[in-house]
Design a protein around this ligand. Structure first.
Ligand SMILES: C[S@@+](CC[C@H](N)C(=O)[O-])C[C@H]1O[C@@H](n2cnc3c(N)ncnc32)[C@H](O)[C@@H]1O
Length: 258
């Protein structure tokens, strides 16, 4: 799902990532002098923001996708980028002052184990922060896309939507995950970001490549059904002509390692 070229991801949900990274670093109170880790770093948007604030030598990132890890290395020379999984982090206890994870916990095979590992590698009273999209609510792009797909194929999409497949998409479920990993003083806050598109096909073009769950569904359709989905998606966004902007809300959990 995320094994393809990083450039495609960056035109898809990754378009929101640099904005979200700034909001995440603010929510986690990242400040100079700290060492920070980005778990599930993807193509490196959050690594880049952390490096701007802390210096690349104080930043590490890890992702199981070779192509994403390589993209992150190229994006942030000097940061330590490894290939690996959240559930088994190759770092020592308490190595970081802050461990962050952006849009990742829903993709972990063992989310509880992954967040426990994030807590383990963070020093006592260091910050562990993670965010997920508000899939059923104010993540406009994905919600509108699935509404369009559901209108055209009522029986075929209900079980594919992130609202069905993603365990963590509300403040309550995310806070519970953070607490279950032993994190203290857990708080969840909304992060609202935007992405601007030059025209509708600037938004649509990554979908049929199969990136992420939404793209995987688009890629499974024949060309005629893809065209219908494209047109219904555009219609629900008001058939934009020229440039337009969509907003997206994520929920961000912040807790302290014990
Ligand atoms: C939606 S992308 C988010 C990427 C990046 N954090 C961002 O905000 O742009 C989800 C990421 O989780 C990564 N991922 C999937 N399984 C993982 C695991 N077990 N441990 C760590 N990361 C994982 C994927 O490779 C992908 O880069």
């Amino acid at each position: 799902m995320f094994g393809g070229p990083a450039a495609v991801y960056d035109r898809f949900v990754g378009r929101y990532s640099p904005h979200l990274a700034r909001a995440m670093c603010d929510a986690a109170s990242v400040r100079p002098g700290q060492r920070a880790l980005d778990v599930g770093c993807g193509s490196g948007a959050l690594v880049a923001e952390l490096a701007t604030r802390l210096g690349p030598e104080c930043v590490a990132g890890i992702d199981p996708s070779e192509s994403f890890a390589e993209a992150a290395r190229l994006r942030v020379p000097g940061a330590r980028i490894l290939v690996g999984a959240a559930e088994l982090l190759p770092f020592g206890d308490g190595e970081f002052d802050a461990t962050l994870s952006q849009l990742v916990v829903n993709f972990l095979s063992d989310p509880e184990g992954g967040v426990r590992e994030m807590a383990r590698v963070t020093r006592p009273r260091g910050v562990v922060a993670g965010c997920v999209w508000d899939y059923g609510g104010e993540m406009t792009m994905l919600r509108t896309y699935w509404d369009a797909a559901g209108a055209l194929d009522p029986g075929g999409t209900a079980e594919l939507r992130e609202t069905h497949t993603m365990r963590f998409a509300t403040p309550e479920t995310l806070a519970d995950l953070w607490r279950s990993a032993g994190l203290g003083e857990v708080q969840v806050e909304p992060l609202v970001v935007e992405a601007t598109y030059e025209h509708f096909d600037d938004l649509w073009s990554p979908f049929p490549t199969g990136v992420g769950p939404a793209g995987a569904y688009a890629a499974s359709l024949d060309p005629e059904a893809q065209r219908e989905l494209r047109d219904e998606f555009a219609r629900r966004l008001g058939n934009p002509e020229g440039s337009f902007t969509l907003s997206a809300r994520a929920w961000c959990a912040v807790g302290l390692s014990q």
